[in-house]
Design a protein around this ligand. Structure first.
Ligand code: AMP
Length: 425
């Protein structure tokens, strides 16, 4: 199937060609015609599936056929949870809209508001925004919503996890009643379902299996290690395996800072991206990492949301995430859009519960290895030996996750999952 058969205009087909895409991804195949038809859409898809083009392309096509935008007005609003994702989506809007004469903009907190107010003055067809800054701009009369035709909630689950529900509800109350609504979420918790009930009218429901599409080419395994030896093991692996562009996930900001310091003192070019860094620092670090000037980027989960680096060869879980679904988001950073990748977790004995929860979620027992010189004193118990009654996570209900190798003979799947609330990154 080609993009042309999806009903996209010549200007958008050219932009798709410029981007080097030849075949639409599964979500694009389903979302593009649905959005073009003007219907509401509820899509279960996460980063790495090509979902951004799935909604941006048809959105631009609909806007291109409509009337112009008035001063301080916007015609399409894309709400996203983080600044990084805002930049990334805005980049896609600009790239896919390059042969159209639509105006686009992006607003988020942590940077000066004045340039954003100036930008909005002339009106913007597509505005990508984080909820808090959008409300600030609205309260200062910098943006008006009466021309809004389409609302997109991107990574809705993450917006709720980050506590944006009150802001989202305020924004929804300000929008015209007649509009198209598109909602994208990796998971569908009860909170998301409650939100969608009041928001979407007879939505076209789209589901693509995240692991089938996002992580098909990702080889995943575990290195068992003592907690205290993990930094040395990581240094060793980076050198020994010749990893040149590695994204490393750490649970806490302090942990991320401390790991980056250790790597730098070992002579490895490493940098950190987390919630306490200024936007300018984050942008610079990301650019350096993309350009190959930083070898190891150490990131917390939320800061890493929205990082789009195609064909990132390795993603390392230095700590296992507390929320099992984050594992899927993390390894979604490698093997994107069909390329090969490796998702490697350094696991210590105290993380066995998290490991079991992840294995249950992905329906696969991860292969374990040890590295000579780093054989753990406290080995990680086998997850099948855990006698834990499965608890239902309170918030994030995973979507059906399929694919991946089956557990090997003799191995059983384990279930362990604490009710999980998001912490600050
Ligand atoms: P997304 O899931 O929207 O974050 O997109 C993930 C990555 O896939 C981005 O780097 C896109 O540029 C890329 N991508 C999106 N659609 C396609 C496609 N049809 N073919 C190849 N790459 C794509």
């Amino acid at each position: 199937m080609s993009f042309a058969t999806l009903g996209l205009s010549a200007a958008l087909l050219r932009a798709v060609e410029d981007a080097g895409y030849t075949t639409p991804t599964p979500i694009q195949r389903k979302a593009i015609p649905a959005v073009l038809s003007g219907k509401d859409v509820m899509a279960a898809a996460q980063t790495g599936t090509g979902k951004t083009a799935g909604f941006v392309l048809p959105l631009l096509q609909r806007l291109a056929g409509g009337r112009g935008v008035q001063a301080n007005h916007i015609r399409a609003l894309v709400l996203v949870p983080t600044r990084e994702l805002a930049e990334q989506v805005a980049g896609s809007v600009a790239a896919y809209g390059r042969h159209l004469s639509l105006k686009s903009g992006v607003v988020y907190g942590g940077v000066k508001i004045n340039p954003q107010m100036m930008k909005l003055r002339g009106g913007v067809d597509v505005l990508v925004a984080t909820p808090g800054r959008l409300l600030d701009l609205f309260n200062q009369n910098a943006v008006r919503f009466t021309q809004v035709e389409t609302l997109v909630l991107d990574e809705a689950d993450r917006m709720l996890d980050l506590g944006f529900i009150a802001d989202i509800r305020k924004i929804l109350a300000l929008l015209p009643v007649r509009r198209q609504n598109l909602l994208f979420s990796a998971t569908f918790s009860n909170d998301i379902r409650t939100l969608t009930e009041g928001l979407l009218r007879n939505p076209v429901q789209i589901e693509v299996s995240p692991r089938n599409s996002a992580a098909k080419g990702v080889k995943q395994w575990v290195y068992e290690a003592d907690k205290a030896r993990k930094p040395a093991l990581l240094s060793y692996l980076v050198r020994k395996r010749g990893w040149e562009q590695v994204l490393v996930f750490v649970r806490t900001r302090n942990g991320a800072d401390s790991l980056a310091r250790t790597l730098v003192s070992d002579g490895i070019l490493a940098a950190v991206i987390h919630g306490e860094k200024t936007q300018a620092e984050r942008t610079r670090v990301l650019a350096d990492f993309k350009a190959g000037q930083v070898r190891v980027l150490v990131a917390t989960d939320i800061a890493a949301r929205g990082i789009d680096i195609s064909e990132l060869p390795q993603v390392i879980n230095f700590d296992l995430p507390k929320v099992a679904e984050d594992y899927i988001h993390r390894i979604g950073r490698t093997g994107r859009a069909g390329s090969q990748g490796e998702g490697i977790s350094l696991v210590s004995a105290d993380e066995v519960q998290q490991l079991a929860a992840i294995e249950t979620l992905i329906g696969q027992t991860l292969v374990r290895e040890v590295v000579t010189g780093f054989i753990p004193t406290h080995s990680v118990p086998l997850t099948r030996q855990l006698k834990i009654r499965p608890k239902k996570p309170k918030k994030s209900k995973p979507l059906a996750v399929t694919g991946g190798p089956r557990p090997s003979a003799g191995e059983k799947k384990n279930t362990s999952s604490k009710p999980q609330r998001r912490r600050k990154p």
